[in-house]
Design a protein around this ligand. Sequence first.
Ligand SMILES: [Zn+2]
Ligand SMILES: [Zn+2]
Ligand SMILES: [Zn+2]
Length: 197
Amino acid sequence: MTVLLLPPVTSAPADYHRGAEALTEGPRFVRTRGMSRWHRPRDGVRYDGGHTVYGLWCGYSVGGSDKAGTYVAADEPGDGEPVCATCEGRAAGAGHDESPTGRLLLFTPRHIDPPKNCPASRRGLFEALRGGRVGRCLVCGDMQPLRAMGGPYNPRFSIVQHPPGEGLVAPCPFHRWRSLTAVDGRAVCECGRQETP
Ligand SMILES: [Zn+2]
Ligand SMILES: [Zn+2]
Ligand SMILES: [Zn+2]
């Protein structure tokens, strides 16, 4: 049995994780032999050469070579084996499992939902339309006014701050919408990766 994993969002620079694969499914419980309790994977990354690291809901991570057996996985911990309370509570609160108390638990992971403002806001990620006063946002597709910014000696045009439009590009599994750049008139993540919507 596998569970759905969240994207392995990182604050590392965009060229970090090059060649790594963001896993969308993983085991329900993991631990290393030295750990005193089972934890729950929140996200996972498989690196070149068969090395997997799971990020846990409690903030720790578990991983190692896929062959070496440095960690063990399970659908259900054995009778009486302790489980990390932070992992159990957060996974249930994020809707990944039944609430262990029967009460409605809520946990909202950061950086997963689209940002309030389109990431192109106040930047040059637009295609200018005729007349030069309005641009098509390369990130969300909306038409928005352009504004001169940067001062009289170094003028540059930016698209105004706006909420993300319907056509918001799919996020990068590692950097979400935070490292977008324009390539051939399209907004893509600087790491060259994009989730397929
Ligand atoms: Zn944990
Ligand atoms: Zn936009
Ligand atoms: Zn990226």
